[in-house]
Every structure is written in structure tokens, then in C-alpha cells.
Design a protein around this ligand. Structure first.
Ligand SMILES: NC(=O)c1ccc[n+]([C@@H]2O[C@H](COP(=O)([O-])OP(=O)(O)OC[C@H]3O[C@@H](n4cnc5c(N)ncnc54)[C@H](O)[C@@H]3O)[C@@H](O)[C@H]2O)c1
Length: 289
């Protein structure tokens, strides 16, 4: 697709994601406009040698408007900017929560897309120092992306999803593949699968390390080495099927499950639980359908 004639607006360009996506977009053929409302953030954008555009002006000119603002303000920001967007333009958000909760202002002639980076896989074959250092993705380590696309009710333009994919692959580059799912499926992936479960397990491992060192008194270097190596083996054996666990390990794993995991933990995959966590994250009373 010819991207040179297309304009992308990054709203919230000085934020964590705003900077990451901007750093990749400036290297591409897209014309990129940067909008940011905090004075400190505006200063940072100028220091990066980037010109600032007013949010409404940027949204009015762009073919793709990326809202890289905090999720809790996505409702208000979309209410201000969606009305000024060009017919046939794409509103692109970076997390499914607000779209799932019905917080975004919509227009019959504006397409809606959400794209969340997967981050580089724990099993990625990294060969360079840059790839090893890029744990988040978007710099050197290839990653996949999961995205949703809802075409504008009044415009069935197949090129719009292609443009969304081109922007997504550019802003999160290097990208191996973009997987298209529904907004609800994306919301089950993030938060449920990866934040509610995977990130929580990561935090639990860190707490377990702290207990081992500070309550039991095991030397930190020994405990850390044992945990990091075994975390790798645990993930490779369970998610990749690399090696079988020993019989004794399986008994200890059962004991851990009985002692630590609630019997009803899979309830987090139920619709009402998804609504509960998303209303909590967005600090709202209810999901609008
Ligand atoms: N941080 C992450 O690791 C991560 C990962 C994937 C997706 N996301 C998603 O990316 C989005 C942005 O998150 P973040 O962590 O980068 O947020 P952030 O708080 O780091 O940055 C938000 C930026 O938006 C600016 N801003 C706020 N209101 C604005 C307005 N009305 N107009 C212009 N600028 C405004 C803020 O000043 C700030 O610079 C969220 O939807 C988040 O869920 C974040």
C-alpha cells in the first residue's frame, strides 16, 4: 500500500506509548502529526525536534487518529475529536477496554480499530544485543500484534483495514503478523489472559522470591538464580512441551495448586467477571452496550 500520501495523528505523543509509536512512525513514509496537552510533554516533543499540532487540528487532517492517551480519558478525548475527523478516517486505540465498555464516541462514517502489541515472545530466537534488550518490543525484537477492526456503518471500504494494518505494523515494528479478532476477544486477551493472569503470576513470582530471601533467609543470589532458571524451564515445559516434569515435581505442583489456587479461578473468563475488571480499570459504573 502507498503510505506516503497518508496522514497519521498521534494524540498523547509524549506518553509512554505515544513516544514509542511516534519513534517508529517518523522513520516511515506516513506524514505524522504530534499532539500533546501537558506542558511538560509538549516540551519533550519539541526537544525531540518534532512539531506540535493542536489535537483537534491533527484529528481533522488525519486518515488515522491514534489515541495514545490514558484509558480513563478516552471517553472525553474521543467525544472532542471524533466529531472533527474526516469521513472514512480510522480511530485507532491501543487497548480494548474503552472500546469494549462502549466509552468511545462513534460515527457512522468513521472506522474503529484497536491494536495491542503482544510484546516479543519469551521463546523468540534473539540473535543481537538490541533484540535481547528490547523486552517491550517496537525497537529491535520482532513481535506479533492482536487487533480488531469495526468498519464504519456507512462505508464498506476494504482499503481501510489495509491502511489500519499498515499503520499498526509500522508503529509497533518490527511486526511479524497482525492477528484480527473481535473487540470482546481482544478484551479477553487483555486484561484477562495477560494482565489478570500472566502479569499477576509474574508479580507472585517476585513476591515468592522476596519471601525466600527475606523471611526464610536464603542468599539472594542463589534464590534468584534458581528462580530465573526454573521459570524458563517451567514455561518451556508447559507452554512448549520441551521436557516432561519429574514425578516428584508433579506432586509438588499439585500441592502448590491445592494450597495457592482457588478452585473457581476460571470464573475470570466469564462475561460478568470481564465486565467487573474492566469497570474497575476504567473507574466507571457500568459497561454500555
Ligand atoms: N504503557 C503501556 O505499557 C501500554 C501498552 C499497551 C497499550 N497501552 C495503551 O496505550 C494508551 C496510552 O497509555 P500510556 O501508558 O502510554 O499513557 P501515558 O499516561 O504514559 O501517556 C498519555 C499521554 O497522553 C497525554 N494526554 C492526556 N490527555 C490528553 C489530551 N486530551 N490531549 C492530548 N494529550 C493528552 C498525557 O499528557 C500523556 O503524555 C492506553 O490506551 C494504554 O492502555 C499502554
Amino acid at each position: 500500500m502507498a503510505t506516503g500520501s497518508r496522514t497519521v495523528a498521534v494524540i498523547g505523543a509524549a506518553g509512554k506509548m505515544g513516544q514509542r509509536v511516534s519513534n517508529n512512525l517518523v522513520k516511515s513514509d506516513f506524514t505524522t502529526l504530534f499532539a500533546e496537552n501537558s506542558p511538560k510533554g509538549q516540551e519533550l516533543i519539541r526537544e525531540l525536534g518534532r512539531e506540535l499540532t493542536d489535537s483537534a487540528d491533527a484529528a481533522a487532517q488525519a486518515d488515522v487518529v491514534i489515541l495514545a492517551v490514558p484509558d480513563v480519558v478516552l471517553g472525553t478525548v474521543s467525544e472532542q475529536l471524533v466529531p472533527v475527523m474526516k469521513p472514512g478516517a480510522i480511530l485507532l486505540t491501543l487497548d480494548p477496554a474503552a472500546a469494549y465498555a462502549g466509552l468511545l464516541t462513534r460515527r457512522a462514517d468513521v472506522h474503529n480499530a484497536v491494536a495491542h502489541p503482544c510484546h516479543p515472545s519469551v521463546f523468540l530466537e534473539r540473535t543481537t544485543k538490541e533484540e535481547w534488550a528490547d523486552t517491550f518490543g517496537g525497537i529491535a525484537a520482532p513481535q506479533e500484534v492482536v487487533a480488531s477492526f469495526e468498519p464504519a456503518a456507512e462505508s464498506a471500504d476494504p482499503a481501510a483495514q489495509e491502511l489500519a494494518e499498515a499503520v499498526i505494523s509500522t508503529m509497533y515494528a518490527p511486526v511479524v503478523e497482525v492477528h484480527w479478532v473481535t473487540v470482546k476477544q481482544l478484551a479477553v486477551l487483555e486484561p484477562t489472559l495477560v494482565e489478570t493472569i500472566a502479569c499477576m503470576v509474574g508479580a507472585l513470582l517476585t513476591e515468592a522470591l522476596h519471601e525466600t530471601v527475606h523471611t526464610v533467609g536464603v542468599p539472594e543470589k542463589a534464590a534468584r538464580a534458581m528462580l530465573l532458571g526454573h521459570t524458563q524451564v517451567a514455561l518451556a515445559n508447559t507452554l512448549k512441551g520441551s521436557n516432561p516434569f519429574s514425578d516428584a515435581c508433579l506432586i509438588a505442583m499439585d500441592y502448590g495448586r491445592e494450597s495457592i489456587v482457588r478452585d473457581d479461578w476460571k470464573n475470570v473468563f466469564q462475561d460478568d467477571e470481564l465486565d467487573k475488571v474492566i469497570t474497575r480499570m476504567l473507574k466507571i459504573k457500568e459497561i454500555k452496550r
